[in-house]
Design a protein around this ligand. Structure first.
Ligand code: ZN
Length: 232
């Protein structure tokens, strides 16, 4: 499952995952090195992978996995950006989070093989991937990168020139936002040529969303989502 996320981090190239970067003997001789991964096989277009990467970064920034950032103290993983996806099966029998940086992907599953255990809070509310798998992942990643120099952090591959465009759309209708959309307006990224061409029919009006209007910042994580986790 972790390996399946590699193309999202590499700009569309599938590679074999490895859990060992290098093997060194007591004299410092490198016996095995996997630090220069193979080129891999292209399984997604560059732009398709970039857009998916962007979506999965949104999960960490503003979605169900915002706790990962909180856990990293606001400077995630030694200067690295991260993306990922939570998952929860029926009746809260399994909770997942699979997340990645440009150089490390990790998968966390919390559950029980025969689905007899249901994970619930004392209040009775079911625990989802964002509740219990994400904190484990965040802690693992933070420790994995402890001591790494943020200035040397690798970055995700950039989008190809002209491949993607920003448009301000209405979150409710999916059409271009106009002035009446108010706080439903959001800056979204599109594969060039696929953005909506007409304006929101719900919040009627034909004037374009004023460029000097403040767009809500959905990248601000909501500390209300963080329930009583320890500070470290
Ligand atoms: Zn609207």
């Amino acid at each position: 499952m972790a390996q399946a996320y590699i193309p999202f981090a590499t700009g569309g190239m599938a590679r074999d995952a490895t859990g060992i970067l290098r093997v060194v003997d007591r004299y410092g001789n490198v016996l095995e090195s996997n630090e220069q991964p193979s080129q891999g096989i292209r399984v997604l277009s560059e732009t398709g992978a970039w857009l998916m990467n962007n979506l999965l970064q949104s999960v960490v920034r503003a979605g169900t996995a915002t706790g990962t950032r909180w856990y990293a103290g606001g400077a995630p993983y030694a200067g690295r950006d991260a993306g990922g996806k939570t998952g929860t099966t029926s009746d809260y029998a399994d909770a997942w989070f699979i997340g990645f940086t440009p150089d490390l992907v990790a998968s966390v599953w919390v559950g029980y093989d025969n689905h007899v255990v249901r994970m619930r809070l004392q209040s009775g509310r079911g625990e989802a991937g964002g509740d219990i798998a994400v904190p484990i992942w965040g802690r693992f990643m933070r420790r994995s990168f402890a001591g790494y120099d943020p200035a040397a952090a690798p970055e995700f591959p950039p989008a190809a020139s002209g491949a993607v465009e920003h448009s301000i759309i209405c979150r409710q209708s999916g059409f271009l936002a106009n002035a009446q959309c108010g706080d439903k307006a959001v800056d979204e990224i599109f594969w060039t040529g696929t953005q909506p061409a007409s304006y929101c029919p719900i919040h009627t009006g034909t004037s374009p969303f004023a460029s000097d209007t403040t767009i809500p910042d959905f990248t601000q994580f909501d500390t209300g989502d963080v329930r009583g986790w320890p500070s470290r």
